[in-house]
Design a protein. Structure first.
Length: 418
């Protein structure tokens, strides 16, 4: 395959990144123990104990079931597919400043919609995300009622709430009637009666419930329902999209607001120094922008802790590289980017994490990423220290190179570019 023509499926990229958003949402609820009670139905949603790892996938599944039931055209189906996967894209930033339910709805919908305006997608998708918490009767955060809310946003709202009520740890036959009864109580309140009736009809089939239970292990389930429209782009085109997601990653903590973008800038200087071609240069930048995407899984109570981390907390921090690989490995033609991004805490002596790879298994690009990450982190503010000067950071990095953790030649070149 011509390296200059390597393509990435945009929809698969979005589907993979949605896992990171689910992890972020779960980590925030871990911090704040947010709860919501529907007074009319008596159902209490304890978000702190909900498993968000599959939230976007299951909400997308329900949305697609509804959209197909309504025989929506492929273009609308495709927009619902993307909007469902990204409906909580605003969660990373908004949850850090809002604890109550109505604030959470308003903040994360607006922030998410504004982010989506920066992506090369249909502009209507942004509005579906902005309005996906509006209620049929006008009691939502913006006060819009049925006729003012796009059908797509109403579908996502119903699917989103269905997923929050659904418990993946319980057999479907022990909860389906409770869930559907609750849905029916929300006719003309939260949901359009027509959509509730459509979902109840869909739910009569065993396949619907089995799809929900198995979606985490069987990718063919969504493939069966999603639109057939393809949307591929080159690695070079994907760089701009990665910059958007890097901004989301860095907003996770106020101490890392420029970390991914700063690291990516250093990788570009290295790429120029080593004479990498445009394709490899772009891949290295994307790896830098997305290397910490796994940190979305880490609660802010750990990321922003001012004191020393406990062994248990440090274990949680170290897991972020595992999740980076888990997320990026699902994207076609992303193998090199995935390796370079996920290996940034490995060492040449094989003492790093998460795989304890040694120098024989670490490429030059992975070595560059490791050195750039260390320098960028040392020269940034942290909850437990002020940013270090260039000279102090280089001294620490020299010591790490001398001990055999990082590549001496890469460190030598670092001194030329900083």
């Amino acid at each position: 395959m011509d390296k200059e023509n390597v393509k990435v499926d945009f929809n698969k990229f979005i589907a993979s990144v949605s896992l990171a958003l689910d992890l972020a949402e779960g980590s925030v609820f871990h911090d704040y123990n947010v709860k919501s009670t529907d007074l009319d139905s008596g159902i209490s949603l304890d978000y702190s104990s909900h498993n968000f790892v599959l939230h976007s996938k299951k909400a997308t599944l329900v949305s697609l079931y509804l959209a197909n039931k309504l025989s929506l055209a492929d273009e609308r189906l495709n927009n619902i597919y993307i909007a469902s996967f990204l409906h909580d894209i605003g969660a990373v930033d908004a949850f850090s400043v809002s604890h109550t339910n109505i604030q959470y709805m308003l903040e994360h919908c607006d922030f998410g919609a504004d982010i989506l305006k920066k992506l090369p997608i249909d502009s209507s998708i942004s509005e579906f995300v902005r309005l996906h918490h509006e209620n049929y009767n006008g009691s939502g955060p913006k006060g819009l009622s049925h006729g003012q809310i796009p059908l797509e946003a109403q579908i996502i709202h119903l699917a989103d709430m269905f997923e929050l009520v659904f418990n993946n740890d319980r057999a479907s036959h022990n909860q389906r009637e409770i869930i559907l009864r609750w849905m029916r109580t929300q006719k003309k309140k939260m949901f359009d009666p027509y959509l509730v009736d459509a979902l109840c009809e869909i739910a009569e089939a065993e396949r619907f419930w089995l799809d929900l239970l198995n979606i985490g292990t069987n990718p063919d389930i969504l493939d069966r329902l999603k639109p057939k429209l393809g949307s591929s782009m080159s690695i070079l085109q994907l760089t701009d999209i990665s910059e958007v997601f890097a901004a989301i990653i860095d907003k996770k903590s106020r101490f890392t607001q420029l970390h991914s973008a700063g690291l990516a800038d250093y990788t570009q200087k290295f790429a120029k120094l080593y004479g990498f071609d445009n394709q490899k240069t772009a891949k290295l930048k994307i790896a830098g922008l997305l290397h910490d995407i796994g940190k979305l899984s880490v609660p802010n109570s750990i990321l922003d802790k001012p004191g020393r981390l406990s062994p248990e907390e440090f274990t949680v921090i170290k897991s972020h590289t595992y999740y980076t690989r888990l997320i990026l490995s699902k994207i076609d033609n992303f193998d090199e980017i995935c390796d370079w991004a996920a290996n940034h805490h490995e060492t040449l002596r094989g003492t790093g994490y998460p795989d304890r790879l040694d120098g024989e298994k670490l490429s030059l690009e992975s070595r560059i990423m490791a050195v750039c990450d260390i320098y960028q982190a040392l020269t940034e503010n942290r909850p437990y220290r002020q940013p270090m000067s260039k000279d102090s950071a280089i001294k620490i990095i020299d010591n790490m190179a001398a001990s055999g953790d990082i590549d001496v030649s890469v460190v030598k070149n670092l001194k030329e570019i900083v």
